[in-house]
Design a protein around this ligand. Structure first.
Ligand SMILES: NC(=O)c1ccc[n+]([C@@H]2O[C@H](COP(=O)([O-])OP(=O)(O)OC[C@H]3O[C@@H](n4cnc5c(N)ncnc54)[C@H](O)[C@@H]3O)[C@@H](O)[C@H]2O)c1
Length: 317
């Protein structure tokens, strides 16, 4: 007996594979879609023998592909597929607009046609930085500082129109910076994964700018639980939720935490200082109160898990 069927876009990406795992663990049938532009079959190899999981290779910008993903009996769609690289968005804003806004519009139309509940995954990068110690709650002003952030808030705005205009059940989920196994460790990855991998390889940790910028770092399994809880909560429909730990750490301190004996830490010129968000600290009270969600994994534990996993990858396990 399954709990229902969920369509997941971006299923072969970093957060996508953790969302797929969370759903399968809860007993759902999962139909994933990914164009593999930044994801990989390897990320979901673990589920390939499950008769509860399928992966379709295709693009959310292709209406036919999206129509094939969603059916009348689909219980929910979790939409993660997106172009996510801030630097790439500065170099090629059109690609981010197409995937993140036009692609989301296709998902919304398919959800409207099939009357499917939607968990729309946004990002904390849409917020203006916060100076106070209280953190960023959902009423905090937005200030997209890159085409990536602009396209993500654009997608949310289009979706809000569907929520109000068609009463389509949508929850707006904004995780803060997420890290963990399966995240890329090159420039397209996140800072924790890049630093941890470089430390393991004996390479120096390069900090962009002065390193005083801060991040609230969320472990992948906590993020996936947040996304699944938020998507299925009836109380959450039409609401925006942030998820983070409630604590931020400067990139300088993060480098110190990750660097082991002998690893060099150096500062390099920032590629896009104008698109940097200087201080990001989440106020997760709303997710805590309405979704009964809170993070389980501390930064120290998360970095340890990631380090252990990267060791197995570097050995070729
Ligand atoms: N990683 C973070 O720290 C973080 C934080 C907050 C929000 N998010 C959001 O979470 C989502 C997933 O991010 P991620 O870090 O796992 O990135 P990711 O790149 O690993 O995952 C995105 C997936 O979408 C796929 N994709 C991209 N364009 C597509 C298209 N046109 N059609 C079909 N598939 C496409 C990619 O191949 C990739 O597998 C994104 O929406 C991102 O904005 C990420």
């Amino acid at each position: 007996m399954t709990r229902g069927t969920v369509a997941v876009t971006g299923a072969a990406g970093f957060i996508g594979r953790w969302v797929v795992k969370e759903l399968l663990d809860r007993g759902y049938v999962v139909h994933g879609l990914d164009n593999l532009s930044n994801g990989s079959r390897r990320n979901v190899e673990e589920f390939s023998t499950s008769d509860q999981f399928t992966l379709e290779i295709g693009d959310i910008c292709d209406e036919e592909v999206v129509d094939d993903l969603l059916h009348e009996d689909t219980d929910a769609c979790i939409h993660l597929a997106a172009e996510i690289d801030v630097q790439e968005s500065l170099d090629d804003p059109q690609s981010h607009f197409d995937a993140n806004v036009v692609g989301t519009q296709n998902i919304l139309e398919a959800c409207r046609r099939t009357d499917t509940r939607l968990g729309l995954v946004g990002t904390c990068m849409v917020y203006d930085m916060v100076d106070s110690g209280d953190g960023i709650d959902e009423s905090h002003p937005v200030k997209p500082a890159s085409p990536y952030a602009g396209s993500k808030i654009g997608a949310e705005n289009v979706a809000e129109g569907y929520y109000h205009g068609y009463d389509l059940p949508i929850t707006f989920l904004r995780p803060f910076n997420t890290y963990g196994p399966y995240q890329k460790t090159g420039m397209a990855g996140g800072v924790v994964s890049i630093f941890t991998n470089r430390d393991l390889q004996g390479e120096s940790l390069k900090i962009f700018g002065d390193g005083t910028q801060t991040r609230d770092l969320l472990y992948a399994t906590d993020c996936a639980r947040f996304i699944v809880d938020g998507t299925f909560s009836d109380d959450a429909v039409g609401e925006v939720f942030n998820a983070g730990t409630g604590t931020d750490i400067s990139i300088n301190d993060l480098a110190e935490l990750i660097a082991t004996d002998g690893t060099d830490i150096r500062h390099v010129e920032h590629h896009h200082p104008q698109s940097e968000v200087q201080k990001l600290r989440c106020d997760p009270s709303k997710a805590n109160e309405l979704l009964d969600w809170e993070p389980d994994v501390s930064l120290e534990e998360g970095v340890d898990h990631l380090r252990d996993w990267l060791r197995t990858q570097n050995r070729g396990d």
